[in-house]
Design a protein around this ligand. Structure first.
Ligand code: NAD
Length: 245
């Protein structure tokens, strides 16, 4: 479904991003993963290369636009195009407002929103030049319902939806589609970090009766990245078993 497409996936070292890299590779894409550190990028690359896949990795500081721009330039020089960007890197929060420092709130917005803006801004000139492209963002079900604590996280994901819908309209004339996937609770390290008392009651409210697996989310990204979604843009696709947070 993605034969010879060049795809960049931020937060590609584990969880949803790593599984999306795997699914894209299985579908013929050339994949470039971004992570926060060389060590975790190398570990993910070793894992992905076991199947003989063509995959490489970088670890620019996503909050430093100049560093991001330089890395995207190197990738574009090497591959001559950038077909797909998956803005997936993200961190969550669960503390009450009284226990959250303003700096903690800012750091969530920095990675979940500002970094998404930075990487998108860096790839758009290449996509415009080649005449098409796909930008996909990882949102969350909390972008629709909010959550009872950790306000920075839903605030950031509401912003992701705004960025997605607005960029879709801005970039449609350049044949660049922009969509988001809004996962429900998904079986990754991010969820493993949350207290059991917070997760168990949530699972009980999921009509499909289970939490999501990274592959459930990766398959949604595959659809949105592919030509099967050629008339889909500005969409926030919920992949959450009909959960209500
Ligand atoms: P994860 O913690 O397993 O992976 C997070 C990824 O983000 C890692 O690859 C990590 O390298 C990267 N990352 C973290 N901090 C970074 C930084 N400062 N700079 C660059 N990269 C950084 O989490 P996950 O569950 O796979 O989450 C991926 C995305 O899915 C996030 O945007 C998250 O908000 C979203 N999401 C997750 C769930 C869930 O239940 N797991 C639900 C809804 C949305």
């Amino acid at each position: 479904m993605l034969n010879d497409k060049v795809a960049i996936i931020t937060g590609g070292t584990r969880g949803i991003g790593l599984e999306t890299a795997r699914v894209f590779l299985e579908n013929g894409a050339k994949v470039i993963i971004f992570g926060s550190r060389q060590e975790t990028v190398d570990k993910a690359l070793a894992d992905l290369k076991q199947s003989g896949a063509e995959v490489e990795g970088y670890w620019p500081n996503l909050n430093d636009f100049a560093a991001v721009e330089k890395t995207i330039y190197e990738i574009a020089q090497k591959h001559e195009r950038i077909d797909i960007l998956v803005n997936n890197a993200g961190i969550s929060a669960n503390k009450k407002i009284e226990d959250t420092d303003p700096e903690e709130f800012a750091s969530i917005i920095d990675l979940n929103v500002k970094a998404m803006f930075n990487v998108s801004k860096a790839v758009v000139p290449y996509m415009k030049k080649q005449g098409d492209g796909v930008i996909l963002n990882t949102s969350s079900m909390v972008s629709i319902y909010g959550q009872p604590s950790g306000v920075g996280y839903p605030a950031s994901k509401f912003a992701v939806n705004g960025l997605t819908k607005s960029l879709a309209r801005e970039l449609a004339p350049a044949h660049i589609r922009v969509n988001a996937v809004a996962p429900g609770i998904t079986n990754t390290d991010m969820v493993a970090k949350l207290p059991k008392e917070m997760i168990d009651p949530l699972i009980q409210t999921i009509p499909l009766g289970r939490i999501g697996e990274p592959r459930d989310i990766a398959n949604a990204f595959l659809f949105l990245a592919s030509d099967l979604a050629s008339y889909v843009t500005g969409e926030i696709l919920s992949v959450d078993g009909a959960a209500r947070a």
